[in-house]
Design a protein around this ligand. Structure first.
Ligand SMILES: Nc1ncnc2c1ncn2[C@@H]1O[C@H](COP(=O)(O)OP(=O)(O)O)[C@@H](O)[C@H]1O
Ligand SMILES: [Mg+2]
Length: 377
């Protein structure tokens, strides 16, 4: 854990304070513990932004302390409060449970109960998204392979980067150990995703751990070539990585795998926008509809946009038919252009660099504009 746990304890009883201190030493978290005899003294000292846990003894006057903690809870939104006492009356607890964040612990404080609360706080801290950076995360997904996820991710990222040279854009290959982004862009990165995650706490600038694409403001974070490393990437790792990337990159494009695994679900969940890639043929559309229903079920529908790839005006199933089948508007259409797409891949460059006068390139420009408008409103 990179941040340390900030704890404040208000208790005149030194034995309780040292018990708490000993419990905290037993777990492997970096923490700081400030101590105070009275609540009014504590109020002068505490910093509302930094505090994670506030422990206060209410043995003598539970009514008054409980009311004061009610008020503190409104100010210290990210802090957990524990009220301790040798003896609690049930009606006191019921009255103060109106606010959900408080916990009541009878003294002497039992280790397991106390550490349960501390672990909960730490778990929340490590899985919290930090939106203080400007960066937006765009996930490109389809629940079927070969529909054009990597093509869309790589070329959308390049277009977003081209539109604002002063900002940086990153593409992250989340097809752990089976990714194609480095092949599409013909680069051999010295570092991969696992290395970047491992070094996040010690690096000064995360950009140094990415690979710049051809002198541009477009940067690649490659999948790990080793299966075992890829397996070890946890949700906390991804949250931490995105928090850091959001501070350095205006857009972070994620090229996902087609499998709906726990990993994909939390990546999609952490994204600001999901581009769901589909094609205008029935099996793919049926699949896509099922995926949309599932997204509805897990609360991802709202941020999902449909990109109809490889579309041709000769397709029997027209754009409006696709929208009707999916019961959702089509966000963007990318035309079918096998020649330009495969030539770009074979040359290891983007579609824009392959044929800047093609319709397919124009449509990636339009997609980039739409995405930027939607996310930066
Ligand atoms: N708009 C398009 N027109 C023609 N071919 C395309 C288009 N988009 C992708 N392709 C081709 O489809 C194949 C699969 O694309 P890819 O991006 O690798 O899909 P995925 O990442 O979903 O597996 C590639 O050969 C690519 O060149
Ligand atoms: Mg792919």
């Amino acid at each position: 854990m990179s941040r340390s746990l900030k704890i404040f304890i208000v208790d005149k009883d030194n034995i309780t304070v040292s018990i708490v201190e000993n419990y905290l030493r037993e777990v492997n978290y970096d923490f700081s513990l400030e101590k105070c005899g009275t609540l009014s003294e504590a109020k002068e000292k505490i910093d509302e932004n930094a505090l994670n846990l506030f422990i206060v003894d209410a043995s003598e006057n539970v009514e008054q302390i409980g009311t004061e903690i009610d008020n503190l809870e409104d100010t210290f939104k990210n802090c957990k409060f524990i009220i301790t006492a040798y003896d609690f009356k049930t009606d006191n607890i019921v009255r103060f449970l109106r606010k959900s964040k408080k916990d009541f612990i009878t003294k002497p404080i039992i280790k397991t109960r106390f550490l349960e609360i501390v672990n909960e706080i730490v778990e929340k801290m490590t899985s919290e998204q930090d939106f203080s950076g400007q960066g937006k995360v765009i996930s490109v997904f389809s629940n079927k392979g070969g529909l054009g996820k990597t093509t869309v991710a790589v070329n959308l990222g390049y277009e977003l980067a081209r539109r604002d040279r002063r900002s940086k854009v990153a593409i992250v290959d989340m097809n752990l150990f089976l990714g194609d982004v480095t092949t599409f862009l013909d680069i051999t990165p010295p570092y991969d995703l696992s290395f970047l995650i491992e070094k996040l706490d010690v690096t000064k600038d995360v950009v140094d751990l990415t690979t710049q694409y051809s002198d541009s403001n477009y940067y690649v974070i490659a999948d790990s070539p080793y299966r075992d490393y890829s397996r070890n990437i946890t949700k906390e790792d991804v949250v931490k990585m995105l928090n850091v990337l959001r501070k350095k990159f205006k857009y972070i494009i994620i090229d996902n795998s087609s499998a709906i695994t726990g990993k994909t679900k939390y990546i999609l969940d952490l994204s600001d926008m999901i581009l769901l890639i589909t094609e205008s043929n029935l099996p793919t559309l049926n699949n896509c509809k099922r995926c949309l229903d599932f997204f509805e079920h897990i609360g991802l529908q709202k941020k999902t946009q449909i990109v109809l790839n490889r579309y041709s005006s000769f397709d029997e199933c027209k754009k409006q038919d696709v929208a009707d089948i999916l019961q959702k508007d089509i966000f963007a259409v990318i035309p079918n252009d096998w020649q330009t797409s495969s030539s770009a891949i074979n040359k290891g460059i983007t579609i824009g660099e392959t044929n800047p006068f093609s319709d397919i390139y124009y449509s990636f420009g339009e997609l980039a504009d739409l995405v930027a408008r939607k996310l930066c409103r």
